[in-house]
Design a protein around this ligand. Sequence first.
Ligand code: NAI
Length: 329
Amino acid sequence: MKILFYGAKNYDEQFFQKLFPQYPGMEFTFIEANIYPETASLAQGYDGICAFVNADLGTAVIEKLHEYGIRLILMRCAGYNNVDLETAKKYGIKILRVPGYSPEAVAEHAMALVLTANRHTHKAYIKCRENNFALSGLMGVNLYQKTAGIIGTGKIGLAMARICKGFGMNVIAYDLYPNKELDFLKYVSLDELLSSSDLISLHCPLTEETKHIIREETIAKMKDGVILVNTSRGGLIKTDDLISGIRDHKFFAVGLDVYEEETDFVYEDMSERILQSSTIQRLLSFPNVTMTSHQGFFTEEALTNIAETTLQNARAFMNGEELKNEVLS
Ligand code: NAI
């Protein structure tokens, strides 16, 4: 079976290649180009492709992949909001993913964003390097005994809830399907979470229902001085409304690992380019916004687990075994 890896970075190759000897009967090719309608033809002659969160697997691409005989799409990530599942289903193309490869990796990054955005460690570091030992602009707030509101208590939300508990926070949560076994947090309505939380961390998937769950109307319900963190998907937040909220001094701090416009930039070095979009620049112009580039997953443990599960998924497909990690529409 031949698999083409789109959008492959050095670190992808490094973690996957270590495991290849355990997967005889499979051939893997890595290319840097990501998948979009113009690059889909590169998949000709392969049985399957492997893609990441920033891939365009919309209708046009899936149609082309079907034309080229692709039967398998291996997502080397948990999310699949970028895949047209209906069209894939129509053509019998299987979509497999890597659920929960390291919830702690993402949750720990969410807390890193909270701490950075709150205590301005990124600015303090640069100031100290410049021999500026003044503290102006660096004041934060204690998290201890404050309320953390977790939206989505799946694998990552639960890991984040545990971290917040460890900080001595009171943890509340909102989920469509509350996990009754969790006794250290209290489930509340979305409205109550919005109005009671000092920290709101988003961990639900991007669906039609959750798109723009954070918008003017929900921002208005939040406490003044709230800290908002998004490590889930950019589309959960309506960016223009967030910008208005920041301008209205609603937020003490905002930490974003994901944002609506990220697909064109994420994982690329754009430092020599003049960006045509102003939204990211507007967000970065605010002193209380901290951004990273969709790196929540980026730990050695997570990359090891991603490589292992992706290759197990490929082998299960090749051998006609049960597909435990199939995404069903
Ligand atoms: P999960 O499937 O374990 O948990 C998602 C939770 O959200 C479930 O408990 C579900 O019931 C809940 N949910 C679904 N719809 C909801 C709604 N309308 N309102 C409230 N809750 C709702 O997913 P997991 O593994 O915890 O991942 C969460 C998200 O994190 C993924 O969908 C992905 O977008 C994002 N992610 C980000 C990464 C990064 O590098 N920044 C890496 C991996 C995942």
